[in-house]
Design a protein around this ligand. Structure first.
Ligand SMILES: Cc1cc2nc3c(=O)[nH]c(=O)nc-3n(C[C@H](O)[C@H](O)[C@H](O)COP(=O)(O)OP(=O)(O)OC[C@H]3O[C@@H](n4cnc5c(N)ncnc54)[C@H](O)[C@@H]3O)c2cc1C
Length: 277
């Protein structure tokens, strides 16, 4: 099938894009890499009156480090991260996540902002950036607001982005030199969306850990104070003290009734913890 007819705008700056979003008649839909929106248009699951292409906006391709964080414009592609065209503040963690998203053709076009805005619970950036403690700038004609990644996803394909707002930038804290990172996903075949994701950022020196269980068909499960998962304290022996029963209980409490599904998620999380160690 082909998309229903639409008009097409490709502004050069954010202010012009926002005025299209507020001024155009009918439904306006942003397109970035088109990797999710393209199929949805072709299947006529969505039929906007205007397509707003944001890929000519230079500000949305920025990648700079200041004040202890990396800021990436929404239109930075997965391949930009994979190829090291953006500063590495996570000691290779983001590069490894990017390199394992889908296939190279998808990574060439797919953007970090498009992936987050699409809010697929199985998307790699959703879980990994939550574990990395990232936050997002959402921009509208009335200004910009910052939202922590852990508060961004409301459910499957649902985020806090309001009507008239666009995701402008992603902010990733510089990873501490003592932090350990683990990211594991389970896919039936390479390039497929994950069925289970475990993402952990553990700093044994600081006694802290953030644990994310992703691809759970809703917002990821985020444990900001994860000491309970490690027998009450986080130190250099965290891997041997990982408690699978607590992880299983977290999943059961979140509504995952199938014990086999929970087992897969717990096993994937356990592997992520082992990777961090
Ligand atoms: C075959 C295939 C396999 C894939 N496998 C994986 C995988 O393994 N892991 C994974 O994480 N992803 C996977 N993806 C998704 C891919 O990585 C893209 O990132 C994702 O499709 C969306 O990014 P995009 O830039 O193409 O967004 P688009 O398709 O252009 O847009 C997606 C949605 O976000 C909105 N949007 C886009 N940018 C903004 C913005 N700045 N502000 C507000 N709203 C915005 C659009 O309106 C649309 O609703 C796969 C995709 C394909 C086609």
């Amino acid at each position: 099938m082909k998309p229903a007819p639409f008009s097409y705008e490709r502004p050069r700056d954010i202010a012009s894009a926002l005025s299209v979003m507020t001024g155009a008649d009918g439904m306006v839909k942003i397109i970035a890499g088109g990797q999710s929106l393209g199929p949805m248009l072709n299947l006529r699951l969505v039929a906007p009156d205007t397509i707003l292409d944001i890929t000519a906006i230079t500000e949305l391709k920025r990648a700079d480090v200041s004040g202890g964080e990396l800021t990436l414009g929404a239109c930075v592609t997965h391949a930009d991260v994979e190829d090291g065209r953006v500063p590495d503040v996570t000691r290779g963690a983001m590069q490894r996540v990017a390199a394992n998203i889908a296939y190279r053709a998808v990574r060439n076009r797919g953007t970090i902002g498009g992936s987050l805005s699409h809010a697929d619970p199985s998307a790699d950036w959703v879980s990994s950036l939550t574990a990395l403690g990232a936050s997002l700038s959402l921009r509208s004609v009335t200004g910009t607001r910052r939202v922590a990644m852990k508060d961004f996803i409301l459910g499957a394909l649902e985020s806090v982005i309001a009507s008239g707002e666009m995701l402008e930038a992603v902010h990733v804290p510089v990873m501490s030199g003592t932090a350990r990172w683990g990211y594991v996903k389970s896919c039936r075949k390479t390039g497929e969306f994950a069925h289970a994701i475990g993402a952990v950022l553990i700093d044994p020196d600081a006694g802290k850990a953030r644990v994310v269980i992703g691809a759970v068909e809703a917002a990821p499960i985020v444990v900001d104070d994860a000491s309970e998962l490690f027998g009450g304290k986080i130190d250099s022996s965290f891997a041997s003290r990982f408690d699978s029963r607590i992880a299983d209980r977290l999943l059961a409490d979140s509504g995952m009734a199938d014990a086999a599904d929970r087992h897969i998620h717990v096993a994937v999380l356990h592997k992520a913890v082992a990777e961090a160690a």
